[in-house]
Design a protein around this ligand. Structure first.
Ligand code: FMN
Length: 158
């Protein structure tokens, strides 16, 4: 195995919590499944997420705009699959999973937590942009952890 293959294998053998980042821009809803979400700092409360520049949502991401980071629970594999499929025949929003806030930004009610964030910075790195997000509001739906996980190409739970 060369260095690149060993790097990919090392990362595939980790277990990642799965999130969906969702927003609305110019009347259009957008969503993408991500595993790159991680906490950045507690004070100020902040997160970061890495988004591939080739993803449809990328062009809609702008500083000062809001996104939801939906921290998925183990029952949400189906919407995670929908939001990571490039099959254009599958509409990400033509289903009952979504709710909409007062500004018509979509979020996933059944997530174990729903974090409304403001985009503070977008840092460019090669194929990806790193979003630095400040926390505007947090909704906790569950006191107990039951995250949807992704490891070695498959979904699992704790
Ligand atoms: C579990 C999982 C985690 C993913 N994590 C990321 C991620 O952190 N960043 C990213 O840009 N794409 C990630 N992807 C890939 C995107 O979800 C996928 O390419 C999606 O189709 C892109 O959206 P688009 O089809 O609208 O361009 C992930 C996919 C899966 C299944």
């Amino acid at each position: 195995m060369d260095k690149q293959d060993k790097f990919i294998k090392a990362l595939r053998n980790l277990a990642y919590p799965v999130c969906i980042v969702s927003n609305a821009e110019e009347g259009e809803s957008n969503a993408i499944t991500v595993s790159s979400m991680t906490s950045l700092s507690i004070d100020p409360a902040s997160l970061l997420v890495c988004i591939n520049k080739s993803a449809n949502i990328h062009k809609t991401l702008k500083v000062d705009n809001f996104v939801y980071v939906n921290l998925l629970s183990s029952s949400q594999e189906e919407i995670s699959t929908i939001c990571s499929s490039s099959d254009l025949d599958v509409s990400r929003f033509d289903n009952d999973f979504w709710s909409y806030d007062e500004n018509l930004i979509p979020f996933l009610e059944d997530s174990q937590a729903i974090i409304k964030c403001k985009i503070e910075k977008i840092v460019d790195y090669a194929t990806h942009s790193i979003l630095i997000l400040s926390i505007f509001d947090v909704r906790l739906n569950s006191e107990n952890p039951d995250p949807l996980l992704y490891c070695n190409g498959s979904y699992s739970k704790l």
